[in-house]
Design a protein around this ligand. Structure first.
Ligand SMILES: Nc1ncnc2c1ncn2[C@@H]1O[C@H](COP(=O)(O)OP(=O)(O)O)[C@@H](O)[C@H]1O
Ligand SMILES: [Mg+2]
Length: 352
């Protein structure tokens, strides 16, 4: 194969270097695997820092296509939450999924911030955000809409996903796998890469049955499990889903609990009466509970939600950390084993 002058020069240089070092000389061309100059350049870009408000601590530099869209419902853009602490582990990919218009699937334990992050990204990129919750027994009409009778006439009333479908934005479906698989499959066409649409079966006007999705609509599914039937013992109401739907979610993101430092920073930032030293211990305690939960020694998960409630109750009960922990969590533990694991963790971390 003919080598380009640049590659030829590189091969020659490598050969000279190898000769100089006395190493065995290989004559094959170095593998050139990527030519990033062929990737179409972004016309309008926005950086990670522009969106998140601070640089990535590991120096990750990412640029995304800025979305230029005049939203029909600007009132659906959420307000920024000043208490949000960025979890840099997953944000570069989460943001990419939304900015490039992909479908995303975020999987992770309860209370790891899956839902919060989607909303907050929308607040920061100024994109309408529509949250829908998956429930057992949900039917397609609960998503798409149905015919109602109004003053003797039949009128179509849109379901909760239709504002995103018609006018664009992020459709965030929380715990989609609680839905029966047939219902989720009703969104198959909406999950395609191109020419996405939904069919409003039962619409009285045949002209309006097919609705083509707005070009700036994207979706993200957030769930505890993958939808393939794993972890059914822990997440009881999860239905096994059709693989062809899951397959249409392009970005797969795994969200774990935040790293200890980030989580402690989040606690201290949101609840300033919790001093950094206590925040660290609370997070350490949370870590021990999570470990015990993963091992099956404790049946109640300990998420960031518990840390939040614990912090709030400390303020409300005059500063009793132990009583607050019981109210936020401990009082629901049942078996002697669970209580023992709990007490041991309290002693090991020590809130004195
Ligand atoms: N990055 C964050 N900064 C501050 N608070 C957060 C963050 N992520 C999650 N939270 C808080 O933790 C709780 C659980 O988050 P949520 O997004 O509901 O979790 P999930 O969807 O994974 O179950 C919420 O009360 C939320 O306000
Ligand atoms: Mg959620």
């Amino acid at each position: 194969m003919a080598m380009s002058p640049a590659v030829e020069a590189l091969v020659k240089k490598k050969k000279q270097e190898a000769e100089a070092s006395g190493a065995t000389i290989t004559t094959s061309a170095p593998a050139i695997l990527l030519d990033m100059s062929k990737v179409p350049a972004l016309k309008n870009k926005i950086t990670y820092k522009d969106i998140v408000g601070e640089e990535h601590p590991d120096g990750v530099k990412r640029e995304y296509p800025a979305i230029k869209c005049k939203w029909y419902h600007p009132e659906d853009i959420p307000e920024k939450d000043e208490g949000w602490v960025p979890d840099h582990k997953v944000l570069p990919e989460m943001i990419a999924s939304i900015m490039y218009g992909h479908n995303g699937l975020v999987v992770g334990e309860p209370g790891t911030g899956k839902t919060t992050d989607q909303r907050e990204i929308c607040a920061r990129i100024r994109m309408p955000y529509y949250r829908v919750n998956g429930m057992e027994g949900m039917e397609p009409a609960d998503l798409f809409g149905q015919v109602h009778l109004s003053a003797g006439a039949t009128v179509w009333v849109d379901g909760p996903i239709m504002r995103a479908v018609r006018h664009g934005g992020l459709l965030a479906i929380d715990e989609p796998f609680k839905m029966p698989p047939g219902t989720l499959m009703g969104m198959q066409w909406l999950a395609e890469k191109q020419d996405r649409a939904v069919m409003l079966y039962g619409h009285p006007d045949p002209e309006q049955v097919k609705v083509e999705a707005h070009k700036e609509m994207r979706m993200v599914l957030c769930d505890n499990a993958r939808g393939t039937g794993d972890n059914m013992d822990v997440y009881a109401a999860t239905n096994v889903q059709d693989a062809s739907f899951i397959n249409r979610m392009q970005y797969k993101i795994r969200k774990t609990y935040m790293e200890e430092d980030t989580e402690a920073r989040a606690v201290n930032h949101k609840y300033p009466w919790i001093m950094p030293n206590l925040a660290k211990r609370m997070v350490k305690f949370a870590g021990l509970m999570r470990k015990a939960w993963a091992q099956g020694a404790i049946e109640m998960p300990f998420s960031f939600r518990e840390l939040e409630t614990w912090s709030e109750i400390i303020a409300e009960n005059g500063g009793d950390v132990h009583v607050a922990l019981d109210s936020a969590y401990g009082n629901l533990l049942e078996s002697g084993d669970e209580k023992e694991v709990f007490m041991k963790a309290v002693q090991d971390v020590s809130f004195e």
